[in-house]
Design a protein around this ligand. Structure first.
Ligand SMILES: C[S@@+](CC[C@H](N)C(=O)[O-])C[C@H]1O[C@@H](n2cnc3c(N)ncnc32)[C@H](O)[C@@H]1O
Length: 220
C-alpha cells in the first residue's frame, strides 16, 4: 500500500481546512474540484451522517477515521455510544487522537488497521460508518465484505464516497490527481452501480448524491 495518507497526516491541518470548508482557499477548492458551493457542502455533510441516529447508543465502528475532523465532534453528542475508530495511517490516527483529547473525548478507541482485515468478530457492531473511505481503499471487495461481516443483522451501514459520472470536472481531477497520487484507488463506482451493488448485499439500501459524493444508508 502506498503512503499518500502518511504525508496527508503530516499536512493534516491543510487537509482539515479542506474538509471543513474553513477558509476561502478551501471553499474555492471545494467549488472548483468537487462542485460544492456553501449550500452543497452543507448537504454533503448532512448526507455523510444521515444514517447515524441522533440518540445512537450502541457499538459503532468508523472506518476510516482519518483525522476525525468531521466525525469526532459528532461523537461528542452521542452519550452511551461505544466508538471504535480505525485507520491504516498512524499519522492520520495521531491527529485524530490529538483532536479527541482537545474535545475531551476520552472513551473513543483508536485502532491502526486495514479495512480489508478488520480485527473484530462477526456481528460485533450496531453501526458501521464510512465517510470518504471506499474510494480510497485499494482492496474494495474485501472492504465491502469486512464491513458487512462485522455488522450485526439489522445493523446500519452508512456514510459517503466519491462516485464517477456526476461531475466531469471532478472526474478529471480524481483521475489526474487523486488516483495518480495514491489518495484514491480506481475502479470507482457510478451512482447506479453503487445502488445496485448495495441493494444486492444489504436487505435495504438508500443511496443519494450531492454532486460526486454518494451517501448510503443500508440495513443488514
Ligand atoms: C479521504 S481520507 C477520509 C478520512 C475521514 N473519514 C474524513 O472524511 O476526513 C481516507 C482515509 O482512508 C485511510 N485508508 C486508506 N486505505 C485504508 C485501509 N486499507 N484501511 C484503513 N484505512 C485506510 C487513509 O489512511 C485515510 O485516512
Amino acid at each position: 500500500m502506498n503512503n499518500a495518507y502518511q504525508v496527508v497526516g503530516q499536512l493534516s491541518t491543510f487537509f482539515d481546512r479542506m474538509m471543513t470548508s474553513a477558509d476561502l482557499p478551501a471553499q474555492l477548492a471545494l467549488k472548483t474540484f468537487w462542485g460544492l458551493d456553501d449550500d452543497a457542502y452543507q448537504k454533503f455533510l448532512a448526507q455523510a451522517f444521515a444514517g447515524l441516529p441522533k440518540n445512537f447508543s450502541g457499538r459503532l465502528l468508523e472506518v476510516p477515521v482519518g483525522t476525525g475532523v468531521l466525525s469526532l465532534p459528532v461523537y461528542k453528542e452521542l452519550d452511551g455510544a461505544e466508538v471504535f475508530c480505525l485507520d491504516y495511517s498512524d499519522k492520520m490516527l495521531e491527529a485524530a487522537r490529538e483532536r479527541a483529547n482537545q474535545l475531551n473525548l476520552h472513551d473513543v478507541k483508536f485502532i491502526q488497521g486495514d479495512v480489508a482485515r478488520l480485527p473484530f468478530e462477526d456481528d460485533f457492531f450496531d453501526l458501521v460508518l464510512s465517510v470518504n473511505g471506499f474510494h480510497a481503499f485499494p482492496d474494495k471487495i474485501s472492504a465491502w465484505a469486512q464491513t458487512y461481516r462485522v455488522l450485526k443483522p439489522g445493523g446500519i451501514f452508512c456514510g459517503c464516497m466519491y462516485v464517477k459520472g456526476e461531475n466531469s470536472r471532478t472526474d478529471i481531477f480524481v483521475e489526474q490527481f487523486c488516483d495518480r497520487q495514491g489518495f484514491f484507488y480506481p475502479p470507482h463506482e457510478t451512482l447506479a452501480s453503487l445502488k445496485n451493488f448495495l441493494n444486492d448485499i444489504y436487505s435495504r439500501a438508500e443511496v443519494t448524491n450531492v454532486e460526486s459524493f454518494a451517501g448510503f444508508v443500508c440495513i443488514k
